[in-house]
Write a protein that binds this ligand. Structure first.
Ligand code: CA
Length: 222
């Protein structure tokens, strides 16, 4: 289900947005200020952000910046502003907003923009990586070798996906550690070698696609 975070301090506007977003079938989390919004972002992820420009405390602009830089948010951000100032729009787009809507706006216009942003984002998400008969689906987590499904552990899956996404590039062990590390597990670089060993056994026929680059790390053949 598509999850949207709405940050708007004006109750009427907030309620209106919630109503229409829910009508579209989205799950909505709404807050009245940036601090609460950031708190929400520490324990869940969103597919779309709708930020009012003028908020008490941290402004919508600063919130947008924080989401992009500190939280590494890739999802689209729609800014709502009461100003029609061109300077502001440029500034907002520069710090990572994807689109703008100037208040007051038609709710139909709002819904259309939301749909467009989500559609654009959806088509950008690469769901499946396939190379030399090895196919990795990032959402279903299914992996197959020459159309035969194989079972990987979560670590092996993340490792293979990370290597394939950067096929042709040597990935150092420290980078691979960062790519597969869960929040509660500490993976040491040596573990990568063990995981690679297990991974090669599972994709046996294609094992040589994962190349060892002595002194550097590993590389998925391109
Ligand atoms: Ca406001």
């Amino acid at each position: 289900m598509i999850k949207v975070l709405v940050v708007e301090d004006e109750v009427d506007v907030r309620e209106l947005l919630i109503l229409h977003l829910k009508r579209e079938g989205y799950e909505v989390v709404a807050t009245e200020d940036s601090e609460k919004a950031l708190l929400e972002c520490t324990h869940q992820s969103f597919d779309l952000f709708i930020l009012d420009w003028m908020l008490p405390g941290l402004s919508g602009l600063d919130l947008c910046k924080a989401l992009r830089t500190k939280f590494n948010v890739k999802a689209p951000i729609l800014m709502l502003t009461a100003r029609a100032d061109t300077m502001d729009k440029v500034l907002g787009l520069e710090i990572g907003a994807d689109d703008y809507l100037t208040k007051p706006f038609e709710i139909r216009e709002f819904v259309a923009r939301v749909r467009a942003l989500l559609r654009r984002n959806q088509s950008q998400i690469q769901d499946e990586i396939s190379s030399f008969g090895v196919r990795v689906n990032l959402s279903s987590k299914k992996v197959s070798v020459d159309e035969v499904e194989i079972l990987l552990t979560p670590f092996e899956f993340k490792l293979l996906a990370a290597l394939m996404m950067k096929a042709g590039t040597v990935m150092e062990r420290s980078v691979l550690v960062a790519a597969i590390q869960g929040s509660d597990v500490s993976v040491v670089e040596r573990t990568i070698d063990t995981l690679i060993l297990g991974l090669r056994k599972k994709i046996l026929a294609k094992a040589d696609l994962i190349e060892t680059v002595r002194g550097f790390g590993y590389r998925f053949r391109k």
